[in-house]
Design a protein around this ligand. Sequence first.
Ligand code: NAD
Length: 478
Amino acid sequence: MAKLTPITVAHGDGIGPEIMEATLHILKEAGARIKIETIEIGEKVYLRGNSTGIEPGAWESLERTKVFLKAPITTPQGGGFKSLNVTTRKMLGLYANVRPCVAYHPYVDTLHPAMDVVIVRENEEDCYAGIEHRQTQQVMQCLKLISQPGCERIVRYAFEYARRNNRKRVTCFMKDNIMKLTDGLFHKVFDDVAKEYKDIENDHWIVDIGAAKLADTPEAFDVIVMPNLYGDILSDVAAQIAGSVGLAGSANIGSGAAMFEAIHGSAPRRAGQNLANPSGLLLGSVMMLNHINQSDIAELVHNAWLATLESGFHTYDIFAEGKSKEKVGTREFAQAVVKHLGKKPKTLKTVAYKSAPKQKVKALKVPKIEKKELVGVDVFLDWTGGNGLDLGKKLEAVKGGLLLYGISNRGVSVYPKGNSNTLTSDQWCCRYMGKGVLEYTVIVKLLSKLGAAGFDCIKTENLYNFDGKPGFSLSQGQ
Ligand code: NAD
């Protein structure tokens, strides 16, 4: 008997159990060589008082199998419930979120019949690093973290994905005209890595106009790689304009583990009625089969599913009078897919996974070490005593050993130059520079002088030059 690959399965909430049952039925009939371990996640676990939505024992199965097929769950609103998706991604180090968004014209209505886009979203960094602080009465802060190895890993993944899946081009979306350091790093790494993949075209778009182009002319794109937040938003947009969120599957890939799911949620209003479309989860499971080296079964299931779409057996969400042949429920749809096992689509593009080489991810480069020199400090104050000019005058009176270079509020310069139209909050960024390279102790001395003068220093950010180039942004108007 063929060796079975252990996988961990969670049936989830709402429509989850129905679509999981349908998916597992198809996988079994297709001969998937898997051994299922079931764990409980989601609403029941949350409501038992576990704020993570997953029992500690379930991690043991996930850590052992390293392959997770997950149905959607309901996250109770309010309370201190954490997103199980974010927790799982972080615990298992799932850095790449891959979402193919494909149109199935003429069988599923879409304005974009030729759409066939794969979104590769960075899954761990950016605003999702979860580093947020309340600093003053009026100001909350969320840190956007972008790292060189994080960028390199996701960009490499996107190019390797393109190569393995016979894709022609990888496009980068970012906003480095504004976020010159963070998105600038993403862009730079993209350009560097792209040079190693001469067989694959590359280009880049500023995310706002890129998003507009994607929504309007998605057929102009092939694989798109982007940082976390843009990817989160645009992968839903892409799935929806392809035809339906109910049709898209998603893979979350890490170096040691992976999670596969539908992109939609638990649709509680449709639960328990044998109505839901199991296609998103089924396509997630196809990605899982490829991941566990069962591309023969992945190909069999995917082609049977395409042939079923063509046959006109459609669940309510994609059913169209005159186009579809029969409106079917979740179970009947699954039975139709099983009947089509071994068949290939006639009009839609047949998929061929069997011969695809295994996706490689090269070891990350060791970046060049640049000379790092401390040249100044941004001191953030919680202060409500007047405007920027008032604060500037008061700070000039404190002789702290460093030059007060300028003050900004919400990123806009308010001292020495300012504008009376600028709305200011109670958080002020006061930039101090020295003459040449500084000793760390100079900053400590400055802070103690400011403290003694009654200022509330809420945080500092050291200013470094790297190989002589500033590693910090200027404020607007500076
Ligand atoms: P949703 O995706 O669950 O459903 C929105 C609507 O889309 C549904 O009312 C339904 O009309 C349609 N729909 C979605 N999937 C369908 C399918 N397979 N077949 C047919 N129709 C389908 O979004 P929501 O209503 O905003 O969220 C419901 C719950 O799901 C929330 O608790 C949310 O937190 C959770 N959620 C979970 C995940 C996940 O587990 N990965 C993802 C998103 C949302």
